[in-house]
Design a protein around this ligand. Sequence first.
Ligand code: NAP
Length: 282
Amino acid sequence: MTTVLSGKEAAATLKEQNAQAASQLKARGIYPRLEMIRVGDNPDDLYYQQSLERLCEKCGIESVVTPVSAEAAQDELEKAISAASNNPAVHGILLFCPLPKKFDEKAARALIAPRKDLDCLTELGAARAFAGIEQASPCTPAAVMELLRYYKIPLQGKKAVVLGRSLVVGKPLAMLLLGANATVTICHSKTENLAAVCREADVLLVAIGKAKFVNADFVHPQQIVVDVGINDDPDNPGKICGDVDFASVDGKCAAISPVPGGVGSLTSAILCRNLLRAAEND
Ligand code: NAP
């Protein structure tokens, strides 16, 4: 039988801890505030924004949104980021990325004050992520580690295969797994014999952005599979699915995180935790 690794369940404890931390900060006169800067009206950004707004409200964190038109000049975006960076009432900033192509994203990210950078968007943040320290990692890789810890999945000495090598997920996740003493292999679009390499893993972590790409050929009965992907489900319009074909691997691996209800459910709670830490250290 395949165990389902529920991110929702793992997030519940974290949400309680966040609420406690927020009320302790308020008792000391510190009112934690998140500022989200959203360029345009990308539905994925709006979905993430709304779920963060709900979560912040539940935890006692104030959240504000600064919308910037997709037609705005770079200068206007940069002013919004600088204003948030220089506002002492704002403890953390989330700039929804990727930005529409006309914007210089690197220049925009560079204006986020490093101490308010909740998702390693600045160069300093990215450099910190490569130290393999979870507190300094982007939210999604940290959410994967939280999920593995919650379900007591051993990593020390185990073979971990990371499918995907992006700067926001694959690479920093590989560093965190290395920090947990796993033996790590990173695969990408040019990897040969991909399914065979993945089958060697004790823990397979998939972040490629290809709906239902990983099937039963990639897994084995003792394997733990973590699906980071979020894609439009080609078989169910209006729904999302992961990079793993859940129906194909169900019953063929030891455990799998579902989509939705897996890593994504934890990512927002991790972002709130990062915000509260930033407020604490301000
Ligand atoms: P990305 O920047 O597009 O990177 C995709 C990676 O997958 C690249 O390294 C690419 O290899 C590799 N890849 C693509 N097709 C492949 C194939 N056929 N075989 C092997 N490797 C392949 O994506 P990302 O930002 O890392 O996101 C990955 C997925 O995670 C997406 O579905 C995204 O929506 C999701 N995501 C989820 C969360 C969450 O909170 N759960 C957060 C962020 C992202 P190359 O380097 O060779 O091109």
